[in-house]
Each structure stands twice: as structure tokens, then as C-alpha cells.
Design a protein around this ligand. Structure first.
Ligand SMILES: [Zn+2]
Length: 388
């Protein structure tokens, strides 16, 4: 006789007259209920609608008010139990009702969902032993003695290295670092720097125009104007950054390279301060033995203007192939800030004076490391870069 048939009869009809029989009956019902519950959750249907339908079916079979198996137990066994068996039937019926909470749709659905997720995980684990850690799932355990995959560490680009070195020297002298946009207005790049419209550097051949009023900056000098307008005087800044020229690439020209611009504005500062500062910088950067030499030059934004040369680091001024037998290497341009440029920066030239300088970072890196082709910096050849 099945449980379904048994719950439709009274205890008397089933021939149960003592508590041992009651215990056995309830054990059978409990077992059946648990078996059906387990069968359901183990069936693992990935489709949610299908899961919900199966849960409701099982729940109704046991818990429906009308003709649910528990109702039948209540009606036939508990209510119709002989007086002496009532306590034990009642006690076991309560236990059964408590256990039947596991059949509520929400509880069942939750458990089935967990099973679905776990079974998906099991598929993954079976495919990849790494997912399961060191657990042997596919019959092959990972060999923990194998060397791991190494990600080689890179090194700092020689241009960045030199740039940092230059920055550190000037920061120690009290300069602050200032940056500006690489896409610059014509006003900042030319007009405010006293470079008139007729100046050859504004030619299409020299300059990369974005549109009529914007250019890829041809030098870091626009940052001078920006810094003066932003901070006023006194002012000590350096402006490192990328600049762009319409140059034909060769071993000493590139369409993009780095400059460091320097600007000092204060009361009563002179060309002597400029010379002292740049001489100190050259000795710190190229070595104590280096001598500097200043000679006149021209830039629209400085007056007077000068070029700075250092004694050849290779031949110490005796003359060699690198310095073209002159004994000197040109390293930067400099000069006293033109009064018009100070005015453009919102600084009164009657009260303040200033000096500025500009240097090409790639050229310094080439001198420092003995590199003879500027293009090497930008070709991303690891064989070249890993030497630094
Ligand atoms: Zn030399």
C-alpha cells in the first residue's frame, strides 16, 4: 500500500493500535515527502518557468488545503485517532508539518536555483583544473613546481629619464613645474610671444595648424604667458612638455620632441643671474668639469638673446668629431624676457625683469647617452629601450 492510499484510511482501518505503529507510519510519510523533495531539487531545470511549475506541483500535492496529503493525515489520522493514541499522533503530525515547510514554493525555488548555479560551476571546474584550485577534477592535477609566467619589467624611457633629471635640478633651485596644452591658440603660441604674423616660424611649412586659430604648439614658450597670467610676479617656473614642428624627420629632426622652458621674473634680476643659473645647471647635468659659453643670438621673445654652449663632454674642448672640432656644443637658447612679453603676461616691465631659456630634451639625452639618431627614441624598439 502506498502512502497515498494509507493517508486515505483511518488508523483503525490500517490496523494501527499502538504508538509504535504510529511512529512507523509517520516515518514512512516523512521519508516519502523528503524523497519527493530531493527528486525535485535534483532534477535541475535551467528554465525558470519549468522550475516554478514543478515546485508548485509538489507543494500542492502535500500542502493543499483540500486533499493535500497533510490535510488527509490531519483528517483521517489525527482527528479520528483513538483517545490513547492522540498525543503521539499529534506530536508526530506537528513534526511532519514543521518538516513540510521545506515544500513551500519559495524555499524549493531557491534551492533549485542554487543547484543550477552549482552545476554550471561544476562544468567549469571540470574543464579547467585552475578554477578548482589544486583539486583534481579532470584527473590531472596542476604541476605546482612549474615556473610561473613572468611579466618582464620595463624601464624608464631615456627621454623621460632625462626630463626628470632636468626637473629635479630646477626644483632644487626653487622653480615650480607648470604645464600647458599641446594644442595651443595662435595667440599664446605666437602673438603674445612677440612673434608677428610675418615671422617665418608661422609659415605653414614650420607649423602644424589645427585650424586658423589653433596650432600644435611649436615650443613650450606659451606656458610662460599662461604662468604669468595665472600667478603674476615674482615667478620661477619650468615648463616641460611635447612640441610639434613640420620638420622632415632625419637623424636630428622629428615632428614631435620635448622641450623644457624656464622662466624667472622678479625685481632686479639680470643676465648675470641667468648666466649663474644656467652654468650651475650645466655642471649638475653634464658634470663639474663642464664650462659654459654665452654668445649673442636672436629670439622674438627675448632681448637680448643668447645661445648657451658647453665645452664638449667628449673631448673636453680639444675638438672632436662630435663637436665638429669646435670644442663646444650648443645646448640651449636664452635671454632676458622682452618687455612686450611681460606686458602680455600682465606684468609691469618697469617694475619686474625676467629671463627665460629653452632646451631640447632629446638632444640632451643624445649627448648624455651617446645616441646619434633622434628617431631611435620614437621607434619603440625594445632592443634600444632596454639599454636604459
Ligand atoms: Zn668634442
Amino acid at each position: 500500500m502506498t502512502v497515498d492510499q494509507k493517508v486515505r484510511q483511518t488508523l483503525a482501518e490500517l490496523g494501527v493500535t499502538e504508538s509504535a505503529g504510529v511512529v512507523a507510519l509517520f516515518a514512512e510519510v516523512c521519508e516519502t515527502m523528503e524523497r519527493e523533495r530531493r527528486e525535485l531539487v535534483n532534477r535541475v531545470a535551467a528554465d525558470k518557468a519549468e522550475r516554478d511549475r514543478a515546485c508548485k506541483e509538489l507543494r500542492d500535492r502535500w500542502l493543499a488545503r483540500k486533499n493535500g496529503l497533510l490535510s488527509l493525515v490531519d483528517e483521517r489520522w489525527l482527528k479520528k485517532a483513538p483517545r490513547e493514541l492522540k498525543p503521539v499522533v499529534g506530536q508526530h503530525f506537528n513534526a511532519l508539518r514543521k518538516a513540510s515547510e521545506q515544500l513551500e514554493v519559495g524555499v524549493l525555488a531557491r534551492e533549485m536555483k542554487c543547484r543550477v548555479a552549482a552545476s554550471a560551476g561544476a562544468v567549469l571546474e571540470a574543464r579547467s583544473p585552475i578554477v578548482a584550485g589544486t583539486t583534481v577534477l579532470s584527473g590531472v592535477s596542476p604541476d605546482l613546481t612549474l615556473p610561473s609566467i613572468r611579466r618582464p619589467l620595463g624601464s624608464m624611457h631615456p627621454v623621460t629619464r632625462v626630463l626628470r633629471e632636468i626637473e629635479e635640478i630646477f626644483i632644487a633651485l626653487g622653480f615650480r613645474i607648470e604645464t600647458g596644452p599641446e594644442i595651443e591658440t595662435v595667440e599664446y603660441n605666437f602673438d603674445a610671444l612677440n612673434i608677428p604674423e610675418t615671422h617665418p616660424s608661422r609659415d605653414d611649412w614650420d607649423t602644424l595648424y589645427v585650424d586658423e586659430k589653433t596650432v600644435l604648439r611649436t615650443h613650450t614658450s606659451p606656458v610662460q604667458i599662461r604662468a604669468m597670467r595665472k600667478y603674476g610676479a615674482p615667478l620661477y617656473v619650468i615648463a616641460p612638455g611635447k612640441v610639434y614642428r613640420h620638420d622632415k624627420p632625419d637623424s636630428s629632426h622629428a615632428t614631435m620632441f620635448h622641450q623644457v622652458e624656464g622662466l624667472a621674473v622678479d625685481r632686479d634680476i639680470t643676465f648675470a643671474d641667468l648666466k649663474g643659473t644656467l652654468d650651475y645647471f650645466a655642471k649638475r647635468f653634464f658634470g663639474e668639469k663642464v664650462r659654459t659659453s654665452f654668445h649673442p643670438s636672436f629670439f622674438p621673445f627675448t632681448e637680448p638673446s643668447g645661445e648657451v654652449a658647453i665645452s664638449c663632454t667628449l673631448c673636453d674642448g680639444r675638438g672632436c668629431r662630435v663637436c665638429k672640432e669646435s670644442g663646444w656644443l650648443e645646448v640651449m637658447g636664452c635671454g632676458m624676457v622682452h618687455p612686450e612679453v611681460l606686458r602680455q603676461g600682465g606684468i609691469e616691465p618697469e617694475e619686474f625683469t625676467g629671463w627665460a631659456f629653452g632646451m631640447g630634451v632629446e638632444r640632451y639625452a643624445m649627448m648624455k647617452y651617446g645616441i646619434d639618431d633622434i628617431q631611435l627614441f620614437f621607434q619603440n624598439d625594445v632592443r634600444f629601450l632596454k639599454q636604459f
